[in-house]
Design a protein around this ligand. Structure first.
Ligand code: FES
Length: 298
């Protein structure tokens, strides 16, 4: 039976066909595996010290992941190596935390989501002219109103950035996720108009918001530490939604979506102007579409 030597005198027998990661886990070793052996991370990587000839050949998928992160020829992914003979390795991602403080690996998932980014116009100048307690008061009432609408549309708020709200929408059906996000944005615009009456009456401030929505792949999972941990999403789609929101200011409109969102919700909403925009930090021009209203249903 193949034997894996982890160094420092630790050796484990691995039945043929078993991966190095599976052997590590079976023997209770702390071998990280953030993506759950999906070949979508590098946390299970090991250095092959001896017995390279006893490892199965690297696949295109594994090579792509390793090369994208700049790892050299002696590095392999533990979840991809199935030893056919003895090997000696070194685990490369080592924890500095007590095992009981670590969240389980492999809980995050990769999927297509709609990300909605909403921002209040001119809030910085409002906050500079008002007392901090008044600003907090107004902001929390606004977040209450918007958060309720996001909840209603099955969205998940992932961050409050100053006066900005970032939320995402997931569903096994991409159309549904994009639909919920777009419907939510229209309801938020309406909710902000209603909220503006309160804000104007008590603080002389008209609340106008701009919203950008993008659709694309992201990794969704818990982020934080044990006292402050919440669902979050990581991926370029989050930046894109933020840039689309910025474009609403430049184009003087309230709600813009990317072509990916438009494709998914076509037929459900009325669209207005379309814009070919450069988005900060992104190459080329991107088509963005103004959403005006929900199409009436008979
Ligand atoms: S656990 Fe993510 S690639 Fe091996």
């Amino acid at each position: 039976m193949p034997r894996i030597d982890y160094g420092s005198g630790l050796m484990i027998d691995a039945p043929e066909g078993m991966t190095v990661l599976e052997a590590s886990i079976r023997h209770g070793l702390d071998h990280r595996h953030a993506c759950g052996a999906m070949v979508r991370c590098t946390t299970c990587r090991v250095e092959i010290l001896e017995g390279d000839e006893n490892c199965n050949p690297i696949t295109d998928n594994e090579r792509e992941v390793l090369e994208a992160s700049g790892f050299g020829p002696n590095i392999r992914l533990g979840c991809c190596i199935r030893p056919t003979g003895d090997i000696k390795i070194r685990l490369l991602v080592r924890e500095r935390f007590a095992k009981e403080d670590l969240r389980p690996e492999g809980m995050a998932k990769e999927q297509d989501i709609a990300v909605l980014f909403a921002d209040v116009r001119d809030f910085t100048s409002f906050s500079e002219r008002h007392l901090a307690f008044d600003v907090l008061h107004l902001l929390n009432r606004y977040f209450d109103r918007m958060g309720t609408i996001i909840d209603f549309n099955r969205g998940e708020v992932i961050a409050f950035l100053g006066d900005g709200i970032v939320s995402f929408f997931e569903d096994t059906a991409p159309k549904k996720a994009a639909f919920n996000a777009t419907r939510c944005a229209l309801q938020m615009l309406k909710g902000a108009r209603a909220f503006s009456r309160y804000s104007r009456e008590h603080f002389g401030f008209d609340v106008h918001i701009g919203i950008g929505i993008a659709f694309g792949p992201a990794v969704v999972g818990e982020v934080g530490y044990y006292r402050a941990s919440r669902l979050n999403c990581i991926g370029d789609v989050v930046n894109t939604a933020s840039r689309v929101q910025e474009a609403t200011k430049e184009q003087g409109v309230r709600l813009l979506v990317t072509d990916g969102v438009r494709e998914l919700v076509e037929g459900e909403f009325k669209f207005g102007h379309e814009f070919a925009c450069e988005l900060r930090g992104k190459e080329g021009e991107h088509m963005l579409y103004e959403v005006l209203a929900r199409k009436s249903r008979r």
